[in-house]
Design a binder for this molecule. Structure first.
Ligand code: GS8
Length: 222
């Protein structure tokens, strides 16, 4: 121990909704790992070496080899540590559906959310409208299920929950209420956060909001 190099290392940044996906997957599988917080304003040689293409966190390092892109890394974790709880369904059709919705979240949500706090006026209103529309589509997909995965959580739940920590910042800056627009999404998030492995992997929404206000100042957004 002690001197021994950890077999699993996570390069991450505390507020990252993408990093949270890996934290949850690793916690659910009971994997011991070394967490290495990264400074995104001054990237470490390790991050640049491990993700030379995108130079982004999160990066999962397993036996010294990097796995980049959060959803790809979550799937890798599920395949390598293929014991319970399973993150992806074993049925190919269900697996394709889970990937479709995870991809939908990835293609849409970060961008709309970011425009809420980086733009103003008409562009902010537009982003807000888009953000709520995305959530309503997801609310339709959730339907009456407990989780996007059905009875149990799965890839889509892991993909979406990190954004929940950012909802408060989006709401404060965009002046709207996710609960008023999409109560089922909020109920789902509260249900999912009752799992200890999820709760301990997420961060305080108020802390995210303060961070976003700092970023707005640094970048000069109104
Ligand atoms: C997104 C990672 C990302 O945006 C994934 O892993 O799913 N599609 C990727 N990472 C951000 C921090 S979180 O907003 C990042 O590392 N940014 C640094 C930069 O762009 O320089």
């Amino acid at each position: 121990m002690g001197e021994e190099k950890k077999e699993v290392v996570l390069l991450d940044f505390w507020a990252s909704m993408f990093g949270m996906r890996l934290r949850i997957a690793l916690a659910e599988k009971g994997i011991n790992y070394e967490y290495k917080e990264q400074n995104l304003m001054d990237k470490s040689p390790l991050l640049l070496q491990m993700n030379p293409v995108h130079k982004k966190i999160p990066v999962l390092i397993h036996k010294s080899r990097p796995i980049c892109e959060s959803i790809i890394a979550v799937e890798y974790i599920d395949e390598v540590w293929n014991h319970q709880p399973l993150i992806l369904p074993s049925d190919p059709y269900q697996r394709a559906q889970a990937r479709f919705w995870a991809d939908y979240i990835d293609k849409k949500m970060y961008d709309a959310g970011k425009r809420i706090w980086t733009r103003n006026g008409e562009a902010r209103e537009e982003a807000k409208k888009e953000f709520i529309e995305i959530l309503k589509v997801l609310e339709g997909e959730l339907g009456e299920k407990a989780y996007f995965g059905g009875e149990d959580f799965g890839l889509v739940d892991i993909t979406l929950i990190g954004f929940y920590c950012w909802f408060y910042a989006y709401e404060m800056i965009g002046k709207f209420s996710v609960e008023a627009e999409c109560p089922k999404i909020v109920a789902w998030a509260n249900r999912y956060m009752e799992r200890e492995n999820v709760a301990k992997s997420l961060v305080d929404p108020h802390k995210v909001y303060r961070f976003v206000l700092d970023l707005k100042k640094i970048y000069g957004f109104e």
